[in-house]
Write a protein that binds this ligand. Structure first.
Ligand code: FDA
Length: 509
């Protein structure tokens, strides 16, 4: 810490001399008792973050000019900067670093959301979490929605920067597909809207990774029309044997991407005593039609009328976020401090499936799921098809469009700090990933940018990573779009001021 002292004092001086008010919004590791609680406030306990460098100070701006000052001061004094919105990065990249000391710019105070019903749009600041965005939309209209993630405490800033999928993915695409405009603070401290940043940068910030092109302070969301009543519910099927489970999931993977766009069946597989599977169903319509569609396309699930629940879109948000069924949607405003989803230590990986997995792969998954204690392993199958297959694979940086049947998200969770316990769980998920190699997308193997996985590769902590080195993990997230991202990066941030373990390095020429 000693050689960071002068840098850090100069930085504080620089920030305070710009504007008095910002002095009260700085929390230093050495001098502030609130530092630990501010750092912990938006934080998902990513497994790898505990052993990494914490910020030397946290700045929590309340205005866009304060964001600009923070960028300019940290650049002037050569201090690395990271931005955090909801802090849900799976590797903690927003608040923990493998490289040099850094300043954390926390957008927790920039979370205003303004909905304009006639134009079906909303300006939402990046520090808002999804719960706050959904609450504002539902307060303004009962038939407008925004197609983004299921977890209420995910921050808008990181979520859109990496894509963002939720229960209406097959009908409306991803969050990043539904953005009309944005305000970006670049490395020169300028505030750029879509026209000023240009279409290349506007393309890159919608899914091309966070902390790379600048700081997006707010997004203009395109809201989508949803029916007053839709069907949203969870059906649990506990298979009596692995063979029965294989049969059910095999049928699922043959139909899921071909169902009507209005229907999304998200499968969650976890260990009870035997492998169990839970299907979360979202249908943008009433239950009579849903039952007809399901009985025609997926009778094996045996869906019955009593399984189906009709509700409004905002009630479906509460349902999928596990709030008790009698909750009113005002609970969303307390999601940051009182969320029904709590976090143990967590590691995630992702894969894309273009051809249904053979029985041997499914059996192999179940046997591995039985190897960890109940509740520790969870697999989500997220169907694509529908609108996702009609959006071109270079329309945004997210390349998994036509030809993707579903995405697998796999998670492992554990409690406590014991090294042996951590190693065992990390080993489990890495082995499962290795086992699936022959069965999932290849050349390159796919991965979801918002499911950050540092096992795929990392930038050099010095910031000197070459484009060729970064291709290893970059093309897994972005495929052919990676090169365009690196060229955009060279145009907007040639000095690589905004960077982290997996930011896209600049490619000039
Ligand atoms: P965080 O603040 O950690 O930021 C993530 C990355 O983006 C960091 O590199 C950060 O520096 C950068 N960044 C943040 N704000 C920025 C800004 N304003 N401008 C530029 N860069 C910025 N995903 C999904 O698609 N659907 C889902 O349903 C879920 N569900 C889910 C549940 C849980 C429990 C977790 C932990 C994660 C998810 N995710 C998800 C993944 C989630 O979308 C992903 O981790 C997002 O990047 C998190 O965004 P935050 O702003 O919360 O993270």
């Amino acid at each position: 810490a000693t050689n960071t002292q002068p840098q850090y004092h100069d930085l504080l001086h620089c920030l305070c001399s710009q504007e008095d008010a910002i002095c009260n919004l700085i929390y230093t590791a050495q001098n502030s008792t609130a530092y630990a609680s501010v750092l912990q406030f938006s934080n998902n306990n990513a497994s790898s973050s505990s052993s990494r460098t914490k910020p030397i100070a946290i700045v929590t701006p309340t205005t866009i000019p304060q964001v600009q000052s923070t960028v300019l001061c940290s650049r002037k004094h050569g201090l690395h900067l990271r931005v955090r919105s909801g802090g849900h990065d799976f590797e903690g990249a927003s608040y923990a670093s493998l490289s040099s000391p850094f300043l954390l710019l926390d957008l927790v105070n920039l979370r205003n959301v303004t909905v304009d019903v006639p134009s079906k749009s909303a300006w939402a600041q990046s520090g808002a979490v999804l719960a706050e965005v959904y609450h504002s939309i539902a307060s303004a209209s009962r038939t407008l929605a925004f197609p983004a993630g299921l977890c209420p405490t995910v921050g808008l800033g990181g979520h859109i920067s990496g894509g963002g999928y939720g229960t209406t993915l097959r009908k409306f695409g991803m969050a990043a597909d539904n953005i009309r405009d944005a305000l970006l603070v670049d490395a020169d401290g300028r505030v750029l809207d879509r026209a000023a940043m240009g279409e290349g940068v506007f393309w890159a910030i919608r899914g091309g990774g966070g902390n790379t092109y600048g700081i997006v302070v707010s997004w203009k969301l395109k809201l989508v029309r949803v029916p007053l009543r839709l069907s949203a519910f969870t059906v649990s099927r506990t298979a009596s044997s692995d063979a029965e489970m294989t049969k059910l999931v095999d049928r699922y993977q043959r139909v899921t991407d071909k169902l009507p766009d209005d229907l999304m069946i998200l499968v969650m597989i976890g260990a009870v005593d035997q492998g169990n599977s839970t299907k979360q169903v979202m249908y943008l319509g009433g239950k009579e039609r849903l039952l007809r569609v399901m009985n025609e396309s997926f009778p094996e699930l045996g869906l019955k009328e009593e399984d189906c629940k009709e509700m409004s879109w905002i009630e479906s948000v509460l349902h999928f976020a596990n709030y008790p069924s009698n909750s009113t949607y005002d609970v969303l405003l307390k999601s940051r401090t009182d969320s029904p989803i709590s976090f143990a230590k967590l590691k995630a990986k992702s894969d894309y499936v273009g051809t249904p997995l053979p029985e041997s792969a499914l059996q192999g998954i179940w046997s591995r799921v039985h190897q960890v204690e109940a509740g520790a392993a969870l697999l989500h199958l997220i169907p694509h098809g529908g609108m996702m297959s009609r959006i071109s694979d270079s329309s945004t940086p997210y390349p998994y469009r036509a030809g993707t049947v579903y995405k697998i998200q796999y998670y492992v969770a554990w409690s406590g700090e014991q090294k042996e316990v951590e190693e065992r769980h990390l080993g489990w998920i890495r082995k499962l990933h290795e086992f699936l190699t022959p069965f999932v997308s290849k050349n390159p193997r796919g991965a979801y940018a918002n499911s950050r996985d540092l096992d795929l590769g990392m930038n050099d902590p010095t910031g000197e990573t070459s484009y060729e080195q970064a291709r290893v993990w970059g093309e897994q997230y972005f495929k052919h779009n990676f090169e365009r991202l690196a060229r955009v990066k060279a145009a907007i941030d040639p000095s690589n001021f905004f960077r982290n373990e997996q930011s896209v390095p600049p490619l000039s020429m």
